[in-house]
Design a protein around this ligand. Structure first.
Ligand code: SD4
Length: 319
C-alpha cells in the first residue's frame, strides 16, 4: 500500500522506527523523525553496529559516521570518523544547521561537537574491547606495525598493509564478520510530501583508523529530494560508496521507476562489478510507495526493514 506520512528504516530496528514515527505524530518535522530514529539506535547500540562500543578499529577505538539530508532545501550535514562523541546524528544535524559546511571529519569533528555542547565520552565498552582482543589473538595487527610473528589469517582480511606492489583487483577477501553490517538508515516523508533521510553507524570492524564508509556520504549512504523521494543503503560501504546507490535509486524514481525497481537497479549496478558484495537499499517516493532490494548471499544475514504508516499502525517488519 501507500500512505503518508511514512517512515522506513533499514534492519529490524523496531524501536528506532517507533521513535521516528512518534516524532512525526507529535508534530515534529521529517528531520526530527530521522534524527530521533537514528538517535534511538545510537542509544540502544543497535546490533552493536550503531553507536558507541562497536566496530573497534585497528587500535581498538570506535569511531562514528552519520548523515542527515533535508530533501526540501537540499541542506546536508555529516560527520565521519567522529571520536569520543556518542550522538553522531546530533552532530551531523548541527553541521547542517549551524555551519555552512556539509561534512566534518575526525578529531576536528569531535572538537566541533564539543564546542556545540555534545559531551566527550569514551566510546569503548567491554564488548568492543573483547572484539579487539579476539582480533589481535587471531594474528591481526595494526597497520604497518609488526607486533607479533603470528601469520595473519587472510580470511580475516586484516593488516599489516605493507608498502610494496599494489594488490590485484578484487583479490582482497570480503570481511568474514557477518555481524559488522547493520547501519541504521531512516527515510521519513510527511503528509505534505516533505522528505528527509539519514544514517548512523560505527562503520566496519577493525578498519584502518581514518576509514570512512558510505554512510556519511550524500548519495551513497542516503539521499533525499522532496521532488522525487529518498533512499538509504546498508552493507559493505567500501564497495557501495563507489556507486552512489542512494542517489541512483532516487534518480530512477524521479524518472518514474517504482521504488522496489529503483532499489533493485541500484543494487544491480554494484553487482555488475562486485557480484559478491553484501548490501541492501531501501527507498520511498513522495506518494508513499516504498520498496527495498538486497544482494542475497549464502551465509549472510537476511535483509529486513521496518515500515511505519497509518496503514501499518505501528512498525511492521518486511523482508
Ligand atoms: C559502512 N555501510 O560503514 C556501513 C556499514 C553497514 O550494514 O552498513 N553495515 O560500510
Amino acid at each position: 500500500g501507500a500512505s503518508l506520512p511514512l517512515v522506513v528504516n533499514t534492519w529490524p530496528f523496531k524501536e528506532a522506527a517507533a521513535a521516528a514515527w512518534e516524532a512525526l505524530q507529535s508534530g515534529g518535522s521529517v528531520l526530527d523523525a530521522v534524527e530521533r530514529g537514528c538517535r534511538r539506535c545510537e542509544l540502544d547500540q543497535c546490533d552493536g553496529s550503531v553507536g558507541f562500543g562497536g566496530s573497534p578499529d585497528e587500535t581498538g577505538e570506535t569511531s562514528l559516521d552519520a548523515l542527515i539530508i533535508n530533501g526540501d532545501t537540499m541542506e546536508v550535514g555529516a560527520v565521519a570518523d567522529l571520536r569520543r562523541v556518542k550522538n553522531a546524528i546530533g552532530v551531523a544535524r548541527a553541521v547542517m544547521e549551524r555551519t555552512h559546511h556539509t561534512l566534518l571529519v575526525g578529531e576536528s569533528a569531535s572538537a566541533f561537537a564539543e564546542d556545540m555542547g555534545f559531551p566527550a565520552e569514551d566510546l569503548t565498552t567491554n564488548t568492543s574491547k573483547s572484539l579487539y582482543t579476539r582480533w589481535l589473538q587471531a594474528g591481526c595487527q595494526p597497520n604497518y606495525r609488526q607486533v607479533s610473528n603470528v601469520v595473519p589469517d587472510p580470511a580475516t582480511a586484516c593488516g599489516p598493509y605493507r608498502p610494496g606492489p599494489a594488490r590485484t583487483p578484487h583479490t582482497r577477501p570480503p570481511p568474514t564478520d557477518l555481524r559488522a553490517h547493520d547501519t541504521i538508515g531512516v527515510i521519513a516523508i510527511s503528509g505534505k510530501g516533505q522528505v528527509a533521510a539519514g544514517t548512523s553507524t560505527n562503520g566496519a570492524n577493525h578498519k584502518i583508523p581514518g576509514r570512512v564508509g558510505d554512510s556519511p556520504i550524500a548519495g551513497a549512504g542516503a539521499y533525499a529530494d522532496s521532488s522525487a523521494g529518498a533512499a538509504a543503503a546498508t552493507g559493505n560501504g567500501d564497495i557501495m560508496m563507489r556507486f552512489l546507490p542512494s542517489f541512483l535509486a532516487v534518480e530512477l524514481m524521479r524518472g518514474g521507476a517504482e521504488p522496489s525497481a529503483a532499489c533493485t537497479a541500484a543494487i544491480a549496478r554494484t553487482k555488475r562489478h562486485y557480484p559478491e558484495f553484501f548490501g541492501a537499499v531501501i527507498c520511498a517516493n513522495t506518494t508513499g510507495h516504498y520498496g527495498a532490494a538486497c544482494n542475497k548471499l549464502p551465509g549472510f544475514p537476511q535483509f529486513s526493514y521496518m515500515v511505519v504508516s497509518t496503514e501499518t499502525r505501528g512498525p511492521s517488519l518486511h523482508t
